[in-house]
Design a protein around this ligand. Structure first.
Ligand SMILES: [Zn+2]
Length: 154
């Protein structure tokens, strides 16, 4: 029996799809997002055992496995630990138009890095160690994009 694949060149067409979805972020991140949306404040939480402060907050300490109930309001400032400049457009995955900068910001008062945009600066001028501050959106929806980006402190 002949195989149809023997008579044709196999062509592969690659594509991408956007799949809308929703899920609950749980009680800890819900509180984090509600404080961000309602008050424009960034909160972390502290481990009662080792004292490490997490932002975004976690349910349990990743080192001690203690429940984290001690909330800490952060000042919204921090330091760029690392970054990358995104130079291509990816309409499905990127919420911003390229070029833009993703950075890991170690916020003052926290022990963990927060991944977010670095803006208000030419991408070529971003540096590790740069001091930055959060720019909070005026119209907020209760998600991480309520922080517009982190910009250099002048
Ligand atoms: Zn701990």
């Amino acid at each position: 029996m002949p195989n149809w694949k023997d008579d044709v060149e196999i062509v592969v067409d690659e594509g991408k799809i956007s799949v809308p979805y929703s899920w609950t972020v749980g009680s800890t991140l819900s509180r984090f997002y509600c404080e961000l949306r309602d008050n424009g404040k960034i909160w972390g939480n502290r481990c009662p055992s080792c004292g490490k402060v997490f932002v975004p907050p976690k349910i349990k300490c990743i080192d001690c496995y203690e429940d984290l109930h001690d909330w800490v309001m952060l000042p919204g400032t921090g330091t760029v630990e690392t970054y990358t400049v995104v130079r291509y457009q990816e309409p499905v995955l990127h919420p911003r138009k390229a070029p833009f900068v993703y950075g890991v910001i170690k916020m003052d008062g926290a022990d963990t890095g927060l991944v977010h945009f670095i803006g208000g600066v030419d991408p070529e001028e971003v540096k590790v160690g740069m001091r930055v501050e959060a720019v909070i959106e005026g119209e907020r929806e209760g998600n991480i994009l309520d922080i517009k980006h982190f910009r250099p402190i002048k």
